[in-house]
Design a protein around this ligand. Structure first.
Ligand code: ATP
Ligand code: MG
Length: 423
């Protein structure tokens, strides 16, 4: 740690703190090592050549190391005033003061990388060994200072499969009615971090529910069942950098008990991006509409014929078929409804059909212009005619030729004008 060495040589204290120390003690890799120091932000800026003022008012200077990586170097600080949302900080305090304002004992361990010495005034190592998330100091006070800590407590416990210390859990429960004060952006970020970091999000989601956090933050999920939460566990973590489809899938699994519209409303309230809202919303919508019938068919042991699968692919949408089937697999695995082999066979067939056969109006051998040339009046009738052609093609893909479809249209036009004449 060259940064710590530079700071210490200049006469300042420099300690590794926070998540990296915790994760190292747990034996997990953690890339961003943050430092806490007695140097002021100005002194830090003076000591290093390449710095970024990431949060000067909170005492944080980003320092770029020789490999081009940024490390946050933060001046020892103490929160002098909080209103449950924002902190006002004071500098010129000791390492112990700095550790005392941290949320949980496992996050309040400092490591001096030069002397190779741990400083652990709150018993963080013991809690790591026992597998307990415990607030630093009086839990009810600490969780009142910053309501986000309630959600952080749940996230850390679930991520490491730890328990929550009883007083800390009690404080989480007592915080729940006040969580509405958190900005939607911070809540969204916690939910996303939970999906990213926690292997089994059900552990966290059940705690959000049991503490009463969903009732306040995402009322549509207040009665989430254990089974619904466990569906999320079946889907892989989005990883870092985030793989967007994986993220959407975990979110879709979370909301899969709702319909598409309520899902979109919930995501919009949390300030998710329009892309996220429409991706997750449409996936939930398709599952809501198609899931039960498909499950029943597959469970009955019947193998759906190609026409049925073409219609399903058409309703789900070609580009959503793979995600839809992942969602199905997750549900079927949790409920033990459909064996993996049966799922795999269906998945393969459905994908092949979706990408081989005509399942959208745009896949038809003739288009609206052709229809007009064949004598179909522009207007709603035209769209209706295209859908009738698609229906015929879904039934029998071999119809999808210019000759065949033109003949069908001509027959219809003739029948229509014959009707007109007879009137
Ligand atoms: P992660 O792996 O999720 O980044 P982390 O422990 O590094 O975990 P950060 O949110 O990056 O968490 O915060 C770094 C450190 O800052 C924490 O370990 C903790 O000591 C302190 N901290 C962060 N947020 C809070 C908070 N809301 N209240 C008190 N201390 C906090
Ligand atoms: Mg961190």
């Amino acid at each position: 740690m060259e940064l710590a060495a530079t700071l210490q040589k200049a006469g300042f204290e420099a300690w590794c703190v926070g998540g990296a120390v915790r994760d190292a003690l747990l034996g997990h890799a953690h890339l961003d090592w943050d430092l806490a120091t007695s140097a002021t932000p100005r002194e830090v800026q003076r000591l290093f050549r390449r710095t970024v003022p990431v949060g000067i008012e909170f005492g944080t200077v980003g320092v770029i190391d020789r490999e081009g990586r940024m490390h946050e170097v933060t001046t020892f600080r103490r929160d002098v005033h909080t209103d449950g949302r924002h902190a006002v900080v004071e500098f010129g305090v000791s390492l112990d003061d700095d550790l005392a304002r941290r949320d949980f004992t496992i996050n309040a361990i400092a490591w001096d990388p030069i002397a190779e010495r741990l400083h652990d005034p709150f018993g963080g190592r013991e809690d790591l060994a026992r597998g307990v998330v415990r607030a630093v100091g009086v839990a009810s006070e600490r969780l009142t200072e910053d309501r986000l800590r309630a959600l952080r407590a749940i996230r850390f416990a679930s991520r490491f499969d730890f328990t929550l210390d009883p007083a800390t859990w009690q404080a989480v429960v007592e915080s729940a009615p006040h969580l509405g004060r958190l900005s939607p952006e911070r809540v969204k970020q916690e939910l996303e971090k939970t999906m990213e970091q926690v292997e089994r999000p059900s552990l966290a989601l059940q705690r959000w529910r049991d503490a009463g956090a969903f009732a306040v933050l995402i009322p549509a999920l207040a009665t989430l069942t254990d089974e619904q939460a466990e569906v999320v566990d079946q889907l892989p973590r989005p990883g870092l950098p985030t793989r967007p489809l994986r993220k959407a899938l975990r979110l879709a699994a979370l909301f899969a008990g709702l319909d598409g519209k309520r899902t979109e409303q919930a995501l919009r309230a949390l300030r998710f991006s329009n892309v996220d809202i429409s991706t997750v919303g449409s996936l939930v919508d398709r599952w809501h509409r198609e899931g039960a019938a498909l499950t029943a068919t597959i469970r009955s042991g019947a193998s759906p014929d190609d026409t049925t699968l073409r219609r399903l692919a058409a309703r789900v949408g070609r580009l959503r078929v793979a995600a839809f089937m992942r969602l199905a697999a997750a549900h079927w695995a949790v409920r033990g409804q459909v064996p993996a082999v049966a799922w795999r066979a269906l998945h393969r067939r459905l994908l092949r059909i979706a990408f081989r056969d005509a399942i959208e109006v745009g896949d038809l051998a003739i288009d609206g212009d052709d229809l007009r040339r064949l004598g179909v009046q522009p207007g709603p009738l035209l769209g209706q005619s295209l859908h009738e052609l698609l229906e015929a093609v879904l039934r029998d893909p071999s119809c999808n030729t210019v000759a065949h479809l033109s003949a069908m249209v001509r027959a219809r036009v003739d029948a229509g004008s014959a009707q007109g004449q007879s009137r």
